[in-house]
Design a protein around this ligand. Structure first.
Ligand SMILES: [Cu+2]
Length: 153
């Protein structure tokens, strides 16, 4: 039925489709996928906020009823104070542990990696609006929260 010329053309067409599909697969897996799974791009002003936001674990924080994380219900602003540092000024080891597992899209899991000894600090860069409630694992009556909001300017 078909002449030799048209079956030849058909073969070239099939080859072209196969080559196009494999090129697409190679491009998709080696360029597009790694790019889309990489860290989100975050503005320089958020990566380098104007000020550090200090939350102090005050002396005597270990005693139930005392102030512990100060300020306790804190609010920080993106681009201004979204780098938060917990400073342990008590003479007892404490943690900063989220009540529920919490992660920032850029910085990953939130929470001090272990206990913070007296004088130790823990810092976390928040890169998007969020609210975290946290506590101290050895002293569960020590609780605090940090809310990150968009700067109005
Ligand atoms: Cu504690």
């Amino acid at each position: 039925m078909s002449s030799p010329t048209s079956s030849h053309a058909y073969g070239i067409g099939v080859m072209a489709v196969i080559i196009a599909m494999s090129t697409f697969v190679v491009f998709y897996t080696s360029f597009y996928l790694p790019e889309s799974m990489a860290k989100p791009s975050v503005s320089d002003h958020i990566l380098h906020p104007e000020e550090d936001f200090i939350i102090e674990i005050v002396p005597g924080a270990v005693i139930e009823g005392n102030e512990n994380y100060v300020p306790n219900d804190a609010t920080a602003l993106l681009t201004f104070s979204n780098k938060v540092i917990w400073q342990n000024n008590d003479d007892t080891a404490h943690t900063v542990t989220p009540d529920h597992r919490h992660a920032d899209a850029y910085s990953g899991d939130f929470g001090s990696p272990g206990v913070m000894k007296p004088g130790d600090s823990y810092e976390f860069l928040f890169t998007e609006p969020q609210e975290v409630h946290y506590h101290c694992t050895p002293h569960p009556w020590m609780t605090g929260s940090i809310s990150i909001e968009k700067s109005r300017f």
